[in-house]
Write a protein that binds this ligand. Structure first.
Ligand code: AMP
Length: 228
């Protein structure tokens, strides 16, 4: 012992990629294996819409049209969630930031608490495949486990593999016509963040077109190195 105290700052990981790239699926697996908390601004906004809060009322129509909710609303929601005690062990940001303004706000928020981004991981996918991926997906109403009509059905039809629930739900913005608008918003506003994080020296890329487990193995290696 040399008397030096080492402090570890909580890990901050960002998952970047278009809708349908598998960010949510992989974030949930990372939560389990790395003890990090998944922060999905999409989930937080859907909860705000369901609760009928002011932010939810303002966001509802934009989300249904596949557009981006205002930076002001999203940053405020994220800031509150990030301050919750369960985030002290590190977070995986899924669906945030989506604009340069949000990325700059995040840099500032993290700097205020002496934190920084360990890695921004870009999910490299083929755009054409995203529409099929999104239009077939659904989740367990009980635990949120994700499924897909073609790629991942429950082992026992109609019963969740994870929690045994028998109710499932589909997102209203997963309709083909909305998916096109969401992909457009990604390319116009979010894809430039790949350059932003490359310039900041934290960008990592993974091939996200293969099997869920293969992608997770690759992602886990990237995350382990980034938070070491
Ligand atoms: P997601 O669950 O990440 O696909 O998000 C669903 C919808 O919520 C998006 O299509 C946007 O309308 C909205 N949304 C989620 N996160 C953000 C964000 N960071 N900035 C703006 N809008 C967002």
């Amino acid at each position: 012992m040399d008397g030096t105290t080492t402090t570890t700052t909580p890990a901050v990981l960002i998952l970047l990629g278009p809708p349908g790239a598998g960010k949510g699926t992989q974030a949930r697996k990372l939560e389990e294996d790395f003890g990090l908390v998944q922060l999905s601004t999409g989930d937080l906004l859907r909860a705000a819409v369901a609760q009928g809060t002011e932010a939810g009322k303002a966001a509802k129509a934009v989300m249904e049209a596949g557009g981006l909710v205002s930076d002001e609303i999203v940053i405020a929601i994220l800031r509150d969630r990030l301050a919750a005690p369960d985030c002290a062990g590190g977070v995986i940001l899924d669906g945030f930031p989506r604009t340069t303004v949000q990325a700059q706000a995040l840099d500032q928020l993290l700097a205020e608490s002496g934190q920084s981004i360990n890695a921004a991981i870009s999910f490299e996918v083929d755009d054409a495949a995203m529409v099929d991926r999104i239009s077939g997906r659904y989740t367990c109403a009980g635990c949120g486990e994700g499924y897909h009509d073609s790629f991942k059905q429950p082992a026992v039809a109609g019963t969740c593999d994870k929690c045994g629930a028998t109710e499932f739900k589909r997102r209203s913005d997963d309709k083909a016509e909305t998916v096109a608008a969401r992909l457009e918003a990604y390319h116009a506003d979010t894809a430039p963040l790949i350059g932003y994080y490359d310039a900041a020296g934290v960008l990592q890329k993974i091939d996200a077109m293969g099997r869920i487990d293969t992608i997770f193995a690759d992602l886990s290696r990237t995350v382990s190195a980034a938070i070491a």
